[in-house]
Ligand binder design. Structure first.
Ligand SMILES: [Zn+2]
Length: 272
């Protein structure tokens, strides 16, 4: 599943190819993805210039004066800029045609159709984007912020960290890795983690996400870079996916269990 680093990598890959380009047409090969595609996409986008490509959480927004196309890659989606003559394959659901002198399209491919293409009018905030917590790489997110919001909370700190209302884009892999790096047990109640340890945790989240973005994103499968190359690579994961293996820090066996229905690996010796 594309995580925040893959989405940010996609944004950075697309931006130079689509920003400033005028949309000459929109081809919808099916009426829906996860949800119906609103009629504004095909009616209002043609003729508009893409002013910028933005990311909010794991959503991408193509901003135009008429409004913004709001995209989510779901479980298996990808966005690529291709020559318009590139043959359409199964699961190539949407083409946004670009007038950039070389006849190219922004093509949205999504085999499992958990992705979406929605519409946000100018000046509005789509309901999917309301109630989201701050971006993890922004100054609004930090140890003091986590400490303040967590007081009195009994939920496991891992569940707390993965709550999109608390902070966006910290998926299962990154939560497990950040907790390992900060030495915090994923099972500990969020309200029982000290301010100092939240400072370590927030710093770990930022460091790991920034590193993954720098490396081009990591994922389990299915992700394709804007240039068509597989985007997954070996991020040196310390905990995630390594249940039963020796802890990289102390050598004891890493433990695996489900927390909030998500597989979690941690070291009971190093993480308290
Ligand atoms: Zn250990």
């Amino acid at each position: 599943m594309p995580e925040l680093p893959e989405v940010e990598t996609t944004r950075r890959g697309l931006a130079p190819h689509v920003e400033g380009r005028r949309i000459t047409g929109v081809v919808l090969r099916r009426p829906d993805l996860r949800w119906p595609i609103p009629r504004e996409v095909a009616e209002l986008l043609p003729g508009q210039r893409i002013e910028q490509v933005r990311r909010r959480a794991k959503y991408l927004l193509l901003d135009t004066q008429a409004g913004s196309a709001l995209l989510h890659l779901g479980m298996s989606g990808s966005l690529r800029v291709l020559p318009a003559a590139t043959p359409v394959k199964a699961h190539d659901h949407v083409d946004i045609e670009l007038d950039d002198g070389s006849r190219r399209v922004l093509r949205f491919t999504d085999p499992r159709r958990f992705g979406c293409l929605l519409w946000q009018p100018p000046g509005a905030t789509h309901e999917l984007l309301r109630d989201l917590g701050p971006e993890p790489l922004s100054d609004a997110f930090g140890g003091d912020y986590l400490f303040a919001l967590s007081r009195g909370r009994k939920a496991p700190v891992k569940t707390f960290l993965m709550d999109q209302k608390i902070v966006v884009g910290v998926g299962n892999i990154y939560a497990a890795e950040a907790l390992f790096e900060a030495g915090i047990s994923p099972l500990r109640a969020a309200g029982k983690v000290s301010r100092d340890r939240y400072a370590l945790l927030a710093a770990a989240v930022k460091r790991i996400l920034a590193y993954a973005i720098e490396r081009g994103g990591t994922t389990l499968r299915d992700y394709i870079n804007p240039d068509g190359q597989p985007g997954y690579f070996e991020l040196e994961l310390s905990a995630y996916g390594r249940g039963g293996e020796p802890c990289p820090r102390c050598g004891r066996a890493l433990k695996q269990a489900a927390i909030g229905q998500r597989a979690t690996v941690w070291c009971p010796h190093c993480q308290k």
